[in-house]
Ligand binder design. Sequence first.
Ligand code: SAM
Length: 261
Amino acid sequence: MTQSAEKAYSAYGEANVQDVANADCDWDSFDSVSYFEHNYSKARQADVTIARIIANHFSGCFFPRHSRAIDVGAGANLYPALAMLPFADEVHLSERAESNRSWLRTQIEKPAASWTEFWHVLSNGHGRYEPVADFRQALRRRARVEAGNVFQLPTGVYNLGTMFFVAESITTMNKEFRRAVNSFVGSLKVGGPFAAAFMKDSSGYRVGIRDYPACPVDESDVRRSFAEIAHDVKLDTIEDTEVRSGYAGMIVVTGRAGKKK
Ligand SMILES: C[S@@+](CC[C@H](N)C(=O)[O-])C[C@H]1O[C@@H](n2cnc3c(N)ncnc32)[C@H](O)[C@@H]1O
């Protein structure tokens, strides 16, 4: 473990700095406002690139009527949900932290200006987004904010899904990272398209006055975590260290749930 990682995890006191489990963290105190301000109060280049990749991916898929979508660990980020909006009657924003659930409810009623920027990025050049004339109204109708735990998701329920910066950013433990990816993909119907994003080689991160753990993963860890549970998997690495120090870019994965028959 690097010195900076030890420093970041020292906030956990009793916890072994090498093993910060998801359950060791006080998620309900997650500072949604700081997180949003720092990461999504404007559409940064890395997120614009990711938004285009996932809009392309979902735009190329067929969805049955009355599809249901899930964004796991939605946090203070609406763009994964916006990316799924044209394709689902219900978009479930599943989140462990009460602070983030409350923030999400407020934003769904009155979205910050940056979500309009993100909507333009998602819809520009992607005709499948055109039927959504007013994304704010569609969001209010379709979004469902729910208390949820990535380790306890139902199996085979959702037609499409996203999980952004969750599996590797909620624990230092590799086995929890893999369980989170498994559970996310397992919550989708077989063949259901998904998009997931990961911080590469993250050594933990600070939100407001609190430090949070991360499990450092690279492309081969991410690829391996999807190998047995998904198909048509594609990885992109987005070089970016603009948002915070202590990581080496972002990895975006698109694919479909289940092994190809
Ligand atoms: C780094 S943030 C990512 C937030 C957001 N998805 C994004 O794209 O920025 C990690 C999120 O995972 C949530 N989280 C932590 N443990 C979780 C769990 N067991 N199940 C679901 N979400 C969890 C946190 O509350 C936080 O919102």
